[in-house]
Design a protein around this ligand. Structure first.
Ligand code: MG
Length: 360
């Protein structure tokens, strides 16, 4: 296994629950046929995001252990014992992605087809592109309407508005102004990142239903599954959960009946394989899966595009995050165009597009 430390500069600081970060630090994982018992070269990315995944130090330790133990990707279940796991989702993401990339490359097909087939979605996946949403930040109403109209001119058909750090009246003004600006045909979503209490959330969702918001993401704190169940029962607007998935896991969220939509972050779930498998379980439960990144580098971001493409008729996903990086691993193999990302033809994630970063 080849491990390459990488760091990526963000274009502007990213606020997480625990800190503000300016740089992403992670590892590229390379697997090769002779050394690692895989059928072709494969590349993965482990890009931990503290607060969402293990720390960088824990991730590095897990990757180093997997490497020292002589990672054997070819021998199925026995080797899985050595794959970094539950407590180290970013490390697991990196190793399992490299393995899946190698298998798909050996089969001369796209990663999305490999993923779709392995969880029982139709394969080859018919998707050649994935729709994505544009994110509109929490600036002034004027800044939000400008950003929204620029996104719609650029071809986006779905907008995600951040909310929750200002008084509700201000948020509602901003969402109403964006709706007036973009007209009725553009999908508007709102992400409150768990900022509201139950009373505020009820008022917010009631008003946002009238504005034609399609769903509100994480209106209440991550731990309040019951509150989300009540909102779903009482108000005619969909509830999406994101932070609650990190806290409780996919299965408990599905069982709780607290979500119409679940936000899947492959780096947090521990891999694109788990993401597509969990999306399948969501669909079976009548819940819509949406795939987003944790502002990863080009390898993981492009792999997330393949994961989203494996989900039949997936709704717009949160994958337009490459522009948040000032520096990236390679030139973007899957850029956004007219509000969508074309799925690279592979084989694997993007053929040999990343090999120079890992094997030379
Ligand atoms: Mg969110």
């Amino acid at each position: 296994m080849r491990l390459t430390a990488v760091s990526l500069e963000l274009d502007s600081p990213l606020r997480t629950a625990s800190a503000e970060i300016l740089e992403r630090e992670g590892w590229l994982v390379g697997l090769e046929p002779d050394a690692d018992d895989v059928p072709a070269r494969g590349v993965g990315e482990a890009m931990p995001l503290p607060g969402w995944t293990e720390s960088a130090a824990t991730c590095e330790a897990a990757l180093t252990t997997a490497d020292d133990d002589g990672f054997d990707a070819g021998s199925g279940a026995a080797s899985d014992a050595r794959i970094p796991d539950a407590d180290t989702p970013a490390a697991r993401h990196g190793v399992t992605l490299a393995r899946a990339d190698a298998i798909a490359r050996a089969d001369d097909r796209r990663l999305t087809d490999h993923l779709a087939e392995s969880v029982g979605f139709p394969a080859p996946s018919p998707a050649t592109s994935v729709p994505v949403n544009a994110t509109v930040g929490e600036g002034s109403t004027a800044a939000a309407t400008r950003a929204a109209s620029r996104a719609v001119e650029d071809g986006y058909e779905a907008l995600k508005l951040k909310a929750g750090s200002r008084p509700l009246a201000d948020d509602l003004d901003r969402v109403r102004a964006v709706r007036r600006e973009v007209g009725p045909a553009v999908e508007i979503r709102v992400d409150a990142n768990g900022a509201w209490d139950r009373g505020t959330a009820r008022r917010a969702l009631d008003a946002m239903a009238d504005i034609g918001v399609s769903y509100v993401e994480q209106p209440l704190p991550a731990s309040d599954l019951k509150g989300h169940v009540d909102l779903r029962n009482e108000l005619p607007i969909d509830v999406a959960l994101d932070e609650s998935v990190r806290e409780f896991g996919v299965d408990r969220v599905l069982e709780s009946g607290a979500a119409d939509v679940i936000i899947y972050k492959p780096m947090v779930l521990g891999g694109v394989d788990r993401t597509v498998e969990a999306a399948r379980r969501a669909r079976d439960a009548g819940v819509e899966p949406i795939v987003t990144t944790t502002i990863d580098g080009a390898v993981a971001r492009t792999a997330a595009v393949h994961a989203a493409a494996a989900i039949p008729e997936v709704r717009p996903c949160g994958l337009a995050t490459g522009s948040l990086l000032r520096t990236d691993l390679v030139a973007d193999p899957a850029p956004v165009e007219r509000g969508a990302i074309d799925v690279p033809e592979g084989p694997g994630i993007a053929g040999d597009a990343f090999d120079d970063r890992v094997f030379e």
